[in-house]
Design a protein around this ligand. Structure first.
Ligand SMILES: CCCCCCC/C=C/C(=O)SCCNC(=O)CCNC(=O)[C@H](O)C(C)(C)COP(=O)(O)OP(=O)(O)OC[C@H]1O[C@@H](n2cnc3c(N)ncnc32)[C@H](O)[C@@H]1OP(=O)(O)O
Length: 694
């Protein structure tokens, strides 16, 4: 609910994390109190910055909590303590600072606001008034007659076009040595016009005329009078009394009801009930995502034991999730069953069974028989042909891919895979369901691997070829981590599990009994093939979950990756077996080969019409693979490097490795270079084939 971290060695950064608007729920207030205590007691900390996650400072008190008894730390003492603290506190305001959020900003000693930030007290629209000192502090800060923009008024100390949080941290460092007394807004005296009574009487008349019978605006005027005529400690008492009257009035209840009713009315949806078939890791995560947004879920397994395990895991996840979000777990939305017949009335089914086409086809045939004709049938396949599944149903237009990423209740990306027969309504429903589930949904075409996994193949291939040529997993990971990835390709693969790729390679005849015995060494299906990943899996090393993969871990499920002499040994034996002379490989070569191959596949995807635009690919990589955000995504990165350079380097590497088709520059890349390198946003204009739905 709030993240606490030390930045620049001495600034405590407190980030409110309560989506969508970082409302100051009881859990958030608790987290702020705890973080402030830490910051004020830590001698290393000289200043504090408070900001909100995802571009929103704080949307105010959590209005949903108004209906129940007050939980968690009360706001007023919490805010007073921040203001009274002996270390400078700077509010970094992006998005909104409304109601209690604005009050939080007002107790900070300095306020840095983004130029697009919105600050204000909308409480009156909810039938109440700003009752955590807001009426008293704001007027002390700007005086009674004020009515202009924030900087001019002195509400904020600096307006910025840049990242407000970064600016606030620098500001906080400069504020360390300065006295705080004059920065405590509650200590200031309200500037009043000489004709205060006349002014307030006139405003009262206006309000009565404009909003006859409405209590909150009149209470606000009384609070203003208190700010003008009383010392702070009396003013805030008056503010509290006024709030108490309003808070329990039918007007406040009605206005708060209207706030939520207006938002609920917009939530018309086709999907009220869903089924998830398969309660493995993915299925469980998807089921939790659905229940989180109030959709009732029928969870299906094929065997009693699997169903029971799945049930226990789902309940545990729901309870932990609810605790974290400070809400009650929606267990009542779940039904667990062994029978597909129970799905006859659901609005949508998501199939999450084993990645086996024959099995999936059997499930889709069965669903066709048992589900009502309007039920949408979705598959979570990570790369199989969605249209082949549509083809076995009685409703191909209602079949679509919903490709979640593991862990599904955490990862933001959702690829909505549009088959050639998926109807526009089906795609739109899947996209909007994804949005409702808090996912970043991207529509993609139906090609093997779709977008993320299709692009991942050349990226991982390059990394394994580099191993053959002389690099180590640690060296390659380090180069990619220095580039900005949180994890290099091998550490990431260990986390995801190596067995899935191994199975896919077997199924596609690249490994195992289907391999053509005539194929030359290290070549499969006419191109270069690295056997090392298969050899690692053959040793039962599937990554973190088995305690070993490309690295070794202290235990099964361990996360602390250490270089493994066994892998080093395997590489040396492999190179000598195939007569490969290891060479020194530069970090530049590692980054270029991995990332240019990745982007090159992206160009191919655009050319095939499997993604609508480069921005979609970048979003997929930002949210589905942790591509460093400050690099913009693989396509934007390519444009920053310069397409001409990317083309030249790919030509160079392809010449050196002619048996690696992924290094051959894509025709679209060549076209873009030939036609003067347009900006990313204009690439779409040069794509000839476009998927009909994208
Ligand atoms: C001694 C006791 C002292 C108590 C003192 C208490 C004093 C403080 C009082 C307050 O702070 S009252 C709250 C003041 N704040 C507001 O009135 C802001 C209300 N919200 C908005 O105006 C808008 O939501 C927004 C922040 C401008 C964002 O607008 P946008 O159009 O982007 O999104 P919405 O659809 O409106 O909202 C998204 C989502 O968020 C929910 N939500 C928004 N604000 C709150 C909130 N303050 N509390 C709880 N929930 C909030 C909103 O309902 C939507 O939810 P869903 O519909 O998606 O579920």
């Amino acid at each position: 609910m709030a993240r606490y971290e030390l930045v620049k060695r001495s600034v405590a950064l407190i980030t409110l994390t309560n989506p969508p608007v970082n409302a100051s729920s009881s859990a958030v207030r608790h987290a702020i109190a705890k973080s402030m205590k830490c910051a004020l007691s830590d001698p290393e900390v000289t200043a504090v910055v408070i900001c909100g996650e995802n571009g929103s400072f704080c949307g105010g008190a959590d209005i949903r909590e108004f209906a129940g008894p007050l939980k968690g730390p009360p706001l007023v003492p919490l805010l007073d303590a921040i203001e009274a603290g002996e270390k400078p506190v700077v509010a970094a305001i992006e998005g909104v600072a409304l109601g209690g959020g604005f009050e939080l900003a007002l107790v900070c000693h300095y306020r840095i606001a983004h130029s697009k930030a919105r600050l204000g007290f909308p409480e009156v629209t909810l039938g109440i008034l700003p009752a955590a000192g807001g009426t008293q502090r704001l007027l002390r800060l700007i005086g009674i007659p004020a009515a202009a923009i924030s900087l001019k008024l002195g509400i904020v100390d600096q307006v910025t076009e840049q990242n407000a949080c970064e600016v606030a941290v620098e500001f906080a460092l400069r504020a360390v040595a300065k006295p705080l007394l004059s920065r405590r807004v509650s200590m200031l005296t309200t500037r009043c016009p000489p004709d205060l009574d006349a002014l307030l009487d006139a405003v009262t008349m206006q309000v009565k005329k404009k909003a006859p019978g409405v209590m909150a605006p009149l209470a606000c005027i009384q609070a203003v009078r208190a700010a003008a005529t009383m010392p702070y400690y009396k003013g805030i008492k008056r503010e509290g009394e006024l709030m108490a009257t309003l808070f329990n009035s039918g007007q406040a209840w009605a206005l708060q009801y209207c706030f939520f009713a207006q938002r609920t009315a917009g939530k018309w949806t086709l999907i009220r009930s869903a089924a998830v078939i398969g309660l493995g890791t993915m299925g469980r995560g998807i089921a939790v995502c659905l229940a989180r947004v109030g959709i009732s879920v029928i969870a299906v397994e094929s065997e009693k034991k699997l169903l029971e395990t799945g049930r226990q895991m789902v309940i545990g996840m729901l309870e932990r999730d609810a605790k974290r979000r400070g809400v009650s777990a929606s267990l009542n939305l779940f039904k667990f069953t062994l029978s597909l017949h129970d799905l006859k009335d659901v609005d949508l089914v998501i199939e999450v069974v084993f990645e086996d086409m024959a099995l999936k086809k059997r499930v889709f045939q069965e669903l066709s028989k048992v589900c009502r004709p309007a039920t949408l049938l979705c598959t979570n396949t990570s790369g199989l042909d969605v249209d082949a599944l549509a083809g076995v149903t009685d409703r191909p237009h209602l079949v679509v891919g919903m490709h979640f990423f593991s862990p599904a209740h955490v990862m933001k990306l959702l690829e909505v895979v549009c088959g050639p027969r998926s109807s526009s309504e089906t795609i739109a429903t899947a996209m909007s369901l994804g949005k409702r589930m808090g996912k970043v949904s991207v529509a993609v075409g139906n090609c093997p691997g779709f977008v993320r996994n299709r692009m991942l193949k050349p990226y991982i291939d390059q990394a394994t070829f580099l191993l053959e040529e002389g690099a180590t997993p640690e060296q390659i990971d380090k180069a990619l981590e220095d580039f900005g990835f949180a994890m290099g390709v091998f550490r990431m693969s260990d986390l995801a599990g190596l067995d899935v790729g191994w199975r896919v390679r077997k199924e596609s005849g690249l490994n195992g009994s289907d391999v053509d015995p005539e194929s030359p060494p290290r070549r499969r299906q006419g191109r270069r093939y690295c056997l090392i990943p298969d050899m690692v899996c053959e040793q039962g090393r599937f990554g973190q979950k088995t305690g070993g993969g490309w690295y070794m871990y202290d235990k099964r499920g361990g996360t602390n990756a250490k270089p493994d002499p066994l892998i080093q040994n395997l590489l040396e034996t492999y190179r000598s077996k195939y007569g490969i002379q290891p060479r020194n490989i530069s970090n530049q070569e590692i980054v270029e080969r991995c990332l240019f191959a990745l982007a090159n596949e992206g160009f191919g995807i655009l050319e095939d019409g499997m993604a609508a635009r480069p921005e979609d690919i970048d979003v997929i990589y930002l949210f589905g693979y942790g591509f460093p955000r400050h690099r913009g995504g693989p396509m934007f990165y390519a444009s920053m490097v310069g397409l001409e350079r990317v083309l030249k380097r790919l030509e160079h590497y392809h010449q050196a490795h002619p048996d690696v088709p992924h290094l051959k520059p894509s025709p679209l890349l060549k076209t873009l270079v030939a036609c003067g390198i347009p900006p990313v946003q204009k690439w779409r204009e040069h794509i000839k084939t476009m998927h009909s739905h994208l």
